[in-house]
Ligand binder design. Structure first.
Ligand code: RUQ
Ligand code: CUA
Length: 685
């Protein structure tokens, strides 16, 4: 495609692809008077983009080449957006290593289907098989990544998950009450003291039934602070701060000097509840909400909050019983800024800010106003001083509003269009994604001058530098996560892939190295040196510590037990057979529970398990683990079952038969295998 054709196409996409773009441009037209025609500038900027080929230099291939058998330098954890999962890539190769099921069921391994994992997806509205997963944050100690856990948010049905990086499994999911659209989440404090969860959609507290038009009076946003147990990682909502009705968008914790603070961006301070694309873009400035969580902690301890009845699910996976349980929590401690002076301040921020990002020193807070023509950078020292000197310009529902100029370090002028997110390299540079002008812009924190810009293909959302939101970024690479790929990949029907782009940021100029497609829609991501994680992996579960109530400790323990119309099959799997492999005496109307224990004690020897016509999903059982599939015997017949994971040369032989007979027939309950010949009577003695 010629350069010109590509630009025309791209400009076409920018006008046709989403209404969002058009409405953003419309709002910008109104607000950015100095730009004679924003649309023209968008197309100008787009057309300035180099073609893909010329943007890649000759040595790019060598820089991303990881030789066969060699490891990548970084793990890259990428949010799945509407896939509800988290995917793991190696950097710099961009190779997909794993998809971790978090908020969506995963038939591949039975997550959300097996009896052991079903409870992970429980909510106060029953089991929910899906969510919209946007942001991730790796646990930290002293502001540095510690490789223990990664936290993930669910937007739609507000939840926060903790994934254990020893097993790459979801260990805990906590639902958030008094919230909707859990978007400014799951950002963490420097020592993982807290994970936050802020509402994007304000709602009435306590699920009250009120007219939508009573938004101003009845709707509230909340910022929940979830404490994380230092040793176990166990989460609990420590307190929830009630804020005015508006949309909390994103957040980041302070660090170093700003350690005690959390910064949330918000939009819709107009408090619109209809036609937000117009009505929530009226004001020139919204806010960065600065929350002193240390103070909040003290107020909570001093009894300044009140316990409010609430109902939310708290799901944990117990490694020893290998089973998830779901508990419904009954209340939440609520703090109102009215009763807690000096806990919350508002900082005016142009215009409908999206990202709220804190630099590695903890001194600078960057608000990315997606409709603003500049990037405001606030200084923590100045914020502190402004609070001391009471340099306020009024209040918002009683919360003091600091004067913009008093908090401002300075503005990055003409950075590009549609700033969304900022990360840092630890060398004094910031990198901001520009959604509308499709580029990454590098600027200096000291003098706020733009020093470099590179195109993205296309419409970058989040960007990420390994450790780029911590005290010590690795700073070698930057990854842009793009919303639109258009002509970059082989077409795949109406939906084209979304993708990540890897840039080398080790020199003065950013260099594009690699494109790689992603699972679902990528939003925020995290990356850390592989050395932090790779040597702590659980290789298999010690079978002697398997306390699953349906474990079979060896083939001799295999069994089939009937209780009314429930039939429990205690089954074992080891290369290359299942015990028992013949089961008879099951009748139409029975509920059969296959409890399959993988007896292997070796790394990377899972066995799979599937039954013909099962309406559930595959089980993928790790060595030393027990998983359970419920099978409804609906129709008479012979049902083969087999191992689905090619585990040995005799994998194809790893199979068996279940016989389902008509109700009322007199087929005795019987099971066995060529390895262990037994029957129910012998086994139950
Ligand atoms: S948001 S770009 Cu959750 Cu910025 Cu995705
Ligand atoms: Cu076990 Cu194939």
């Amino acid at each position: 495609m010629t350069m010109r054709a590509m630009c025309l196409n791209l400009c076409g996409i920018m006008t046709v692809k989403t209404n969002l773009l058009i409405s953003i441009i419309n709002v910008m037209k109104k607000t950015m008077l100095m730009l004679c025609s924003v649309a023209a500038i968008v197309s100008m900027q787009s057309c300035k983009m180099k073609s893909a080929d010329s943007a890649v230099e000759g040595d790019a291939a060598a820089k991303v080449y990881v030789a066969p058998g060699k490891y990548d330098e970084f793990y890259n954890f990428v949010s799945g957006g509407f896939s509800g999962q988290v995917s793991v890539y190696g950097l710099p190769s961009g190779r997909l290593l794993k998809v971790i099921p978090v908020f969506s069921v995963n038939p591949e391994n039975g997550y959300g289907y097996s009896e052991e994992t079903k409870a992970m997806l429980n909510t106060t509205n029953g089991a929910i098989p899906w969510d919209d997963q946007h942001h991730l944050d790796l646990s930290q100690t002293n502001g540095r990544q510690d490789g223990r856990w990664i936290f993930a948010n669910a937007n739609n049905t507000p939840r926060v998950a903790r994934i254990d990086l020893k097993t790459f499994k979801t260990s805990e999911i906590l639902q958030i009450p008094n919230s909707a659209g859990n978007h400014s989440s799951p950002f963490i404090t420097e020592n993982t003291e807290y994970v936050v969860a802020g509402t994007r959609f304000s709602v009435p507290l306590g699920d009250a039934d009120v007219p939508i038009s009573s938004f101003k009076k009845n709707f509230r946003s909340t910022a929940s602070f979830i404490s994380v147990d230092k040793n176990t990682g166990h989460m609990n909502i420590a307190f929830q701060i009630v804020l005015p009705g508006m949309n909390l968008d994103l957040s980041h914790a302070g660090k170093g000097p700003s350690h005690d603070w959390f910064f949330f961006s918000c939009y819709n301070t107009e408090q619109a509840y209809t036609m937000l694309e117009v009505n929530a873009s009226q004001k020139d400035k919204d806010f960065i909400v600065a929350v002193n969580w240390k103070k909040a902690e003290e107020y909570a301890k001093a009894g300044k909050g009140h316990k409010m009845p609430a109902s939310y699910a708290h799901n944990t996976f117990d490694e020893s019983t290998q089973k998830a349980t779901s508990v419904i929590e009954k209340d939440v401690l609520v703090l109102d800024p009215k009763d807690c002076p000096d806990m919350v301040y508002m900082i005016p921020c142009p215009k409908s800010p999206h990202g709220a990002d804190v630099d590695p020193t903890g001194q600078y807070i960057v608000g990315s106003g997606k409709l603003a023509a500049l990037i405001p950078v606030f200084s923590f020292d100045k914020i502190t001083k402004a609070i001391q000197d009471k340099q306020f310009e009024g209040n918002f529902y009683g919360i003091p509003v600091i004067k913009y100029e008093a908090a401002l370090h300075g503005e990055v002028k003409k950075p590009g269009l549609g700033p969304l997110h900022t990360e840092f390299d630890g060398k004094g540079n910031a990198y901001t994604s520009m959604f509308l002008s499709s580029e990454v812009v590098k600027w200096k924190l000291s003098d706020l001058q733009v020093v470099d810009r590179v195109p993205t293909y296309y419409s970058v959302g989040h960007l990420m530098i390994p450790g780029g939101d911590t005290k010590n970024p690795a700073g070698k690479y930057l990854v842009a996560y793009n919303k639109i790929t258009k002509d970059r990949y082989l077409p795949t029907g109406p939906e084209l892939c979304q993708s990540a782009q890897l840039y080398d940021i080790s020199g003065d100029k950013m260099k594009l190295l690699l494109d790689f497609p992603t699972i679902g829609e990528p939003h925020y991501a995290q990356a850390c040196p592989a050395t932090l994680i790779k040597d702590q992996q659980v290789k298999f579960y010690d079978i002697s510590k398997n306390h699953n109530e349906y474990v079979s400790m060896g083939e001799k323990k295999a069994n089939v037990v009937r209780n009314g119309n429930r039939v429990d099959v205690y089954m074992t799997a080891i290369r290359s057979h299942l015990v028992p492999d013949n089961i008879e005496g099951v009748f139409v109307g029975d509920e059969v529970y296959f409890h399959v224990t993988n007896l292997e004690q070796d790394w990377d020897v899972p066995h799979g398990f599937a039954v013909k016509n099962s309406t559930g999903a595959d089980l993928l059982i790790m060595p030393g683990e027990t998983l359970t599939m419920k099978f409804d015997a609906n129709k008479q017949g012979i049902y083969p079952f087999y191992c689905t994971d090619f585990c040995s040369a005799l994998h194809q032989e790893m199979s068996g038969y279940l016989r389902v007979s008509a109700k009322g027939s007199n087929v005795p309950l019987k099971f066995g295998s060529g390895v262990v010949a037994t029957d129910v009577a012998a086994n139950n003695k």
